[in-house]
Design a protein. Structure first.
Length: 202
């Protein structure tokens, strides 16, 4: 009976309570982002498991932009990332589960690119053309850069692409019955208040 109690005591003391993290997702001005999807993934080396990555946990923020993730391993380090419709890129950070306090995930300022597509021969606007914006391709990579934003031109041959985070982008255009023109590169910088305007003639 005494040995059974000793075993029970050992097992009970070896159980480590699960940790949790809570926080809020915000825009650059501090306003909350509702219905953002917050993903959590372990990124640390766990002493008793070796190199191990837990399944992805996804929760949604409430109307006040708040979220909570339970069931975290206290000895692990985690990565949080948030994405939301209408917000640029991903808001992300890392934290230690053992000492995590309330965290703030804040999106970067949004940027936009304006594009106008015209028929080179007639000067008329081309509607329905596909305009795509992507980070410049890495010359050392065999893969094309993934699209950051895309839009079809409307009446007047106009398209507005975004929201985008600051950085360099190559903008390309394709339209049925027309040869694609060379890509145009734009640089978007935080603090710019005017969206760059590009004109493509096909």
């Amino acid at each position: 009976m005494q040995r059974k109690n000793q075993i029970h005591s050992f097992v009970t003391s070896a159980v480590v309570p699960a940790a949790s993290v809570e926080g809020v997702v915000q825009r650059p001005d501090g306003s909350p982002v509702a219905a953002a999807l917050v993903s959590t993934r372990a990124v640390s080396m766990l002493p008793y498991l070796g190199s191990h990555y837990f399944d992805l946990v996804v929760v949604a923020t409430d109307a006040a932009g708040k979220f909570r993730v339970d069931g975290l391993v206290p000895t692990a380090r985690y990565a949080l990332s948030a994405q939301a419709e209408g917000e640029p890129g991903t808001a992300a950070l890392e934290f230690d589960a053992r000492s995590a306090g309330p965290v703030v995930l804040r999106f970067a300022p949004p940027h936009w690119v304006e594009a106008t597509v015209l028929d080179e021969a007639t000067g008329l606007a081309i509607d329905g053309a596909s305009v795509e914006c992507a980070a410049p391709r890495d010359a050392s990579s065999p893969f094309a850069a993934s699209s950051a934003a895309s839009q079809e031109t409307e009446a007047g041959g106009h398209a507005r692409l975004g929201p985008l985070v600051a950085g360099d982008y190559d903008v390309t255009v394709h339209a049925a019955g027309h040869l694609a023109p060379p890509a145009q590169r734009v640089h978007l910088a935080d603090g710019d208040s005017v969206a760059p305007g590009l004109t493509f003639r096909l």
